[in-house]
Design a protein around this ligand. Sequence first.
Ligand code: ADP
Ligand code: MG
Length: 248
Amino acid sequence: MSELLKVEGISKDFDGIKALNGVAISIKSGEIVLLIGPNGSGKSTLIETITGFYKADSGKVIFQGDDITGIPSHLIYDFGITRTFQIPRPLKRMTLLENLMIAEKTAGDGIWGSFRKKWLEEEYKTAERAFKLLGFFELKDLYHHPASNLSRGQLKLLELGRALMPETKLLIMDEPLAGIAPQLAKKLLNRLKELKKIDIGLFLIEHRLDLVFPHVDNIYVIADGRIIAEGREEVLKNPEVIEVYLGA
Ligand code: ADP
Ligand code: MG
């Protein structure tokens, strides 16, 4: 396991509110890292900052040794960092297959770059990858259905598939289990463990500590923009965590 991502002392202010205050984290390849914290503690802001949607006021984001601080989001994709959103963003009238194929184009070297390539050959490769991912998430039989036919849980799986269309090294997920049935949550976690095996690093924001705890390699707890605890054992001993997440 080699280090993929290193966040060093990131701070981000919004009109005087310190959304992030000297946050440092590290993620290795083949590792599932969890970030938990109450509403408004800075979790989404951290993701937006790593993925180039927000610009940090200070601190550094290092990816495989490259300083990627402040690089805009569309270029971050080229490093192999992809993410899913709290609310899935599929193109509802397009089929599942189209949703995946489009994701590769928009995430990769840009739609114009794709047109310039020997596109038939490329399209074939893209479709092959899309089908593989649909199979991986047990959505293959629905490939020709519009995304609007999917359940909320299936939409989360499709969203994951979309994020995996480029050559993903680090996958960042904002609350992938929110609002889905326990059975599907299990399936999703099981898929994440498979992604671990092919050395993808996974960074997860999730409230459901009870569901994810057995599956994660490391945990960070954030409160008011600061990391207040790190590590599986330490987190379980932390009185704040016990009170908020494990119902003391
Ligand atoms: P979480 O994801 O942990 O619920 P956020 O990262 O969304 O928390 O928010 C952290 C703090 O930053 C909150 O006080 C929130 O209101 C503020 N914040 C987040 N994004 C913005 C923004 N674009 N503009 C102003 N304030 C923001
Ligand atoms: Mg959030």
